[in-house]
Ligand binder design. Structure first.
Ligand code: AMP
Ligand code: MG
Length: 314
């Protein structure tokens, strides 16, 4: 299949509505979208990515009226989160309606809903006129693409189109909150940190990090975010003794890195923004070891450490 790269949201939407797959920009990472009501297009997402069938997709909406068809009910606490954080990098897990094909949610009776704030994503979703189901636009287990070029490197020839946009502003996947229980639970950390969430719902709990097989968030049990190089976490770049075929990303300057590839970030936000793109740059340069500096787990730091730990264990 020839993959069309286009800057036209209208053209990308036309391709999606022909039941083809379209990679599109969002503020978190690039998504790989299909019409949520097309079972064959949804199957194609799993096939193209090599994604396990029990790893659910996220429903991307441009308008809250779409929820009427997608979910059974919106609990009061979910409404508070919607008021505070939609549109934005937050996914809410709600009870799924019977109208959504079960392959979208990996057979679960719940569904993740997100309304992206990225303007190109919003244009695209409006042009589609249907809810778009999408995981990240990478092959299963790999780092998520944060640029259209990275989406192309992963999926060229396998999907209908790539909608061009800027580099994803956040650079990490959305925060996910399970709103189907009395007390909402953080299933995956993201740009909207626990501190901000607790200002709206003080009692939010965090899913125990060792419960990898919790059925509520099945996708989290799989290999994730791993580049073709070994990822090693360190507290400070002074721990690096050998820079041959090695690279470093973090907040502090290494003492004597020679001409190694290094990325010093001015903040944890910038670190999150650059991480996955840096992984790809290292792959391109055939780096064998990527040293990543640990950060404190405040704000987006919690999400960044989650991705770093998973990448290191990949
Ligand atoms: P990705 O966009 O590639 O990060 O994949 C979407 C992720 O969202 C999945 O791997 C799950 O962890 C999570 N997710 C989507 N729908 C649900 C759901 N109904 N319940 C729990 N987690 C979900
Ligand atoms: Mg993903």
């Amino acid at each position: 299949m020839n993959t069309k790269v286009t800057a036209s949201a209208k053209e990308a939407a036309r391709i999606l509505l022909k039941n083809d797959l379209v990679a599109f920009p969002t503020e978190t990472v690039y998504g790989l979208g299909a019409n949520i009501f097309s079972e064959s297009a949804i199957d194609e997402i799993y096939r193209v990515k090599g994604r396990p069938a029990d790893n659910p997709l996220i429903a991307h909406v441009s308008n809250l009226t779409e929820l009427v068809i997608l979910v059974k009910r919106i609990p009061a606490k979910a409404e508070l989160l919607i008021d505070a954080f939609f549109p934005g990098p937050l996914t809410l897990v709600l009870q799924k309606s019977r109208y959504v094909p079960s392959n979208v949610t990996g057979g679960l009776d719940t569904i993740g809903i997100r309304m992206p704030s990225n303007s190109v994503a919003q244009f695209f979703l409006k042009e589609c006129g249907v809810t778009v189901a999408a995981p990240s636009a990478n092959l299963s287990g790999r780092p998520s693409p944060t640029t259209w070029k990275a989406a192309k490197a992963e999926l060229n020839g396998l999907i209908g189109a790539i909608l061009k946009g800027d580099q994803s502003q956040v650079g990490l996947e959305s925060t996910i909150i399970d709103c189907t229980r009395k007390t909402p639970v953080l299933l995956r950390s993201g740009a909207i940190g626990l501190e901000r969430l607790r200002k709206v719902i003080p009692e939010i709990t965090v899913r125990a990090s060792n419960s990898e097989n919790t059925p509520k968030s099945p996708g989290q049990k799989y290999r994730h975010y791993a580049p073709n190089a070994k990822v090693v976490l360190i507290d400070h770049p002074s721990e690096i003794t050998d820079y041959s075929k090695a690279a470093f990303i973090g907040l502090d300057f290494p003492v004597d890195p020679g001409n190694a590839i290094i990325k010093i970030c001015a903040s944890i936000d910038e670190y999150a923004f650059r991480l996955f793109d840096f992984f790809r740059e290292c792959e391109y340069n055939q780096i064998e070891t990527i040293y990543c500096q640990r950060v404190s787990e405040n704000g987006i730091g919690l999400a960044l450490m989650d991705r770093l730990i998973r990448a290191a264990h990949g």
